[in-house]
Design a protein around this ligand. Structure first.
Ligand code: UT7
Length: 392
């Protein structure tokens, strides 16, 4: 997959993140469940996590991350062809959170859909986005991972509530002729392990009812030990597989950005790959496990900290509910020379997003007027003649 037959490559040209301002430390958690900082740090490496405020939602955080990624790429929302939002905590069952973000951005030419692959969601979304670019179907794809896990967490269950956090990350993929960007991806699943990590209630099998609420079926349920065993098995396997797919020797990999679930899982992967731990990017101490958002947030921070440089080969590897797992080998590109926007350009950018809100409200209003004035077409009569009522 590394060499493109048609000369099209999917480069990462923009990245952005949003994390809520509210910090919840291990000490804060110890005040609400029977846990302690020492247990959480030694078993997971997590010291604190961010928790969504009353105004933060999956869509609002995804929007903020996407806006930053587009601004960094110097791409305007109307140029985007496709928006994929990976999330396990969508705003609604439907419409898709991706459509809400499309509307808020004013990405008027983009298709938009959500993708559900647990914590592996962002990796799956990136694989799909990169393939649509390489195939020639699209030129610019916005890939977002956004989660509000605090809203589906059982704050009485110490086995899960200490692990997760909220946030969002996004990347912009753009077609480029030069070899690089997302060179290879693999996506795998094993549904036989679906029961190991799930939210059992609220779907069509077990719709919300007083009973599902009383039983707490709308919360995350996890068999931590089994998920741990699965994760340690697949991390090194997937990294090796994707490197081989891209034709890159593991020794030539400069950085691994793993899903930020547990430091012990990352250390086990480093040992299995015989790679120094320093080659693994870790920021889970600050955010906990943010599911689909963990890898894009880590990408942003790896770039900020100078850990991901032009020309570097980077392995991204994720795992999660499903069970699912996926990996990508990315050749990090030359960043565009930073263009400090003029005041006029900044004002124009600001207007674009205000304009998106106005456009959305106008479209709703227009739809209402159109419906009031025009009504709906009459149903086709059973004798096939459109618009005529059937005689009795
Ligand atoms: O994105 C994928 C999402 N999921 C994961 O990545 C999770 C993968 N699994 C894990 O990270 C680990 O299995 C955990 C961190 C969840 C648990 O670590 P562990 O070393 O597997 O602990 P354990 O489940 O075997 O529990 C050990 C003990 C138990 O007590 P007993 O039965 O030995 O007396 C638990 O009740 O630790 C207890 N325990 C806690 N103690 C204090 C469980 N949670 C806590 C807690 N604080 N928060």
């Amino acid at each position: 997959m590394a060499e493109s037959k048609n000369g099209r490559y999917a480069h990462i040209v923009g990245w952005g993140k949003y994390v809520p301002s509210k910090v919840m430390t291990n000490a804060d958690l110890a005040r609400i469940v029977d846990t302690n900082d020492e247990w959480i740090v030694t078993r997971t490496g997590i010291r604190e996590r961010r928790i969504a405020g009353s105004k933060d939602t999956t869509a609002s955080m995804g929007f903020a991350a996407a806006k930053e990624a587009l601004e960094r790429a110097g791409i305007r929302p109307h140029e985007v062809d496709l928006i994929i939002v990976a999330t396990a905590t969508p705003e609604y069952v439907f419409p898709a959170t991706a459509c809400l973000i499309q509307d808020a951005l004013g990405a008027v030419n983009a298709g938009a859909f959500d993708l559900s692959a647990g914590c592996t969601g962002f990796m799956y979304a990136m694989a799909v986005g990169a393939q649509t670019i390489r195939s020639g179907a699209h030129n610019i794809v916005l890939v977002i991972g956004a989660e509000t896990l605090s809203r589906i967490m059982d704050w009485k269950d110490r086995a899960t509530c200490v692990l997760f956090g909220d946030g969002a990350g996004a990347v912009v993929l753009r077609v480029g002729a030069g070899s690089g960007g997302v060179l290879a991806t693999i996506c795998r699943s094993d549904g036989s392990g679906g029961d190991l990590l799930m939210v059992p209630g609220g779907g069509s099998k077990c719709p919300p009812s007083h009973q599902t609420i009383d039983q707490g079926l709308h919360f995350i349920k996890m068999n931590g030990r089994e998920v741990f065993r699965f994760a340690t098995r697949i991390m090194d396997k997937s990294a090796r597989e994707v490197a081989a797919c891209a034709g890159i020797d593991l020794d030539d990999v400069d950085l691994v950005i793993p899903h930020q679930a547990n430091l012990r899982i990352i250390q086990a992967a480093a040992r299995a790959l015989k790679m120094p731990e320093e080659k693994f990017f870790v920021n889970l101490q600050h955010y906990g496990n943010t599911s689909s958002a963990s890898i894009p947030i880590a990408i942003c921070e790896a770039v900020e900290q100078g850990r991901l440089k032009p020309g570097d080969h980077c392995v991204l590897v994720g795992f999660g509910a499903g069970l699912t797992w996926a990996a990508a080998l990315v050749k990090w590109g030359e960043p565009k020379p930073l263009h400090e926007p003029t005041r006029l350009e900044r004002a124009y950018e600001g207007l674009l997003y205000v304009g998106a809100g106005v456009r959305s409200r106008l479209a709703r209003g227009f739809r209402r007027v159109e419906s009031a004035v025009g009504g709906t077409p009459l149903p086709r009569s059973i004798d096939g003649e459109k618009g005529r009522k059937t005689k009795k």
